[in-house]
Design a protein around this ligand. Structure first.
Ligand SMILES: [Zn+2]
Length: 212
C-alpha cells in the first residue's frame, strides 16, 4: 500500500500524548523533589528528592543510576526570581550563589593574569628525558586555594590555580611543555591525588587522555 502524502498529519486536534519513557524536564525551583518517579529500567519508585541530579541535570535513579527525569539547574536570575516569588529554597540559595559567582569571577581573573601561556615562564631544565608530574595541592593557605602543580622529579616547574574537571587544561599544559622542551619531553603523568579534580570525578575520561 502506498502512502498518500495529503492524508498525513491531520490529527492535530488530538491531545499530544507523552510517549512511554519520555522524561520530563523540571525547573530547579519546582516541585520535582516531592513528585513520584518510577525508573523504567530497574523498577525503583520514589520521590524526586531520593534521586540525584548529575552535573548534566539528569535526575539519576538511586538504584541503577539511569535517568528518571531532567532538572534544569538555576541561573542566578532563576534564583533571584524564585526568591522574589517567596520560594524558601531560593531565598536560602541566593546569598551562597552570589558569593559563589563573585568568587568564581575573582578566580577566573586571577587565573587570567597568572597562568602558563608563554614558554618564557618555564625554567631551563637539565636532563635528556624529562618526566613531569601533574599534581594538586588543595586548600592551601588562608585563602584555602587549590593549585595545579607541575613537577619534574622533586622540582616544582609551574603552579597555577586549579579548576575542577579540567582535562582541557592538562592538554594545554602538556602542549606547552612539549614546545618548550622538545624531544626531551617524555611524559606528563597525573598523580593519584590529582585524578578527582582532573576528571571531575569521572575516571572513565582518563581513557581519552594521553600522558605523552
Ligand atoms: Zn533504576
Amino acid at each position: 500500500m502506498s502512502r498518500t502524502p495529503g492524508k498525513m498529519c491531520r490529527s492535530t486536534k488530538r491531545p499530544r500524548q507523552l510517549p512511554v519513557g519520555e522524561k520530563r524536564l523540571y525547573q530547579w525551583y519546582s516541585d520535582w523533589k516531592i513528585l513520584q518517579f518510577t525508573c523504567e529500567h530497574c523498577g525503583w519508585a520514589g520521590k524526586g528528592e531520593k534521586a540525584f541530579p548529575d552535573e548534566g541535570g539528569v535526575l539519576e535513579c538511586p538504584r541503577c543510576d539511569r535517568g528518571v527525569a531532567y532538572v534544569q539547574f538555576p541561573s542566578l536570575r532563576d534564583t533571584e526570581q524564585a526568591a522574589a516569588a517567596g520560594n524558601e529554597e531560593a531565598i536560602q540559595d541566593l546569598p551562597k550563589k552570589r558569593e559563589w559567582i563573585r568568587r568564581t569571577e575573582e578566580r577566573m581573573n586571577r587565573f587570567e593574569s597568572n597562568h602558563l601561556h608563554s614558554l618564557d615562564q618555564l625554567p631551563e631544565l637539565d636532563g635528556e628525558s624529562l618526566e613531569f608530574t601533574w599534581d594538586i595541592a588543595v586548600h592551601v593557605g588562608d585563602e584555602k586555594e587549590d593549585y595545579q602543580i607541575i613537577r619534574v622529579g622533586e622540582r616544582e616547574v609551574w603552579r597555577e590555580l586549579a579548576f575542577w574537571d579540567n582535562i582541557l587544561r592538562f592538554n594545554e599544559i602538556k602542549a606547552l611543555l612539549k614546545q618548550k622542551y622538545g624531544p626531551r619531553f617524555k611524559s606528563l603523568t597525573p598523580t593519584d591525588g590529582s585524578l578527582d579534580f582532573l576528571t571531575g570525578d569521572h575516571y572513565y575520561k582518563l581513557q581519552t587522555l594521553s600522558w605523552t
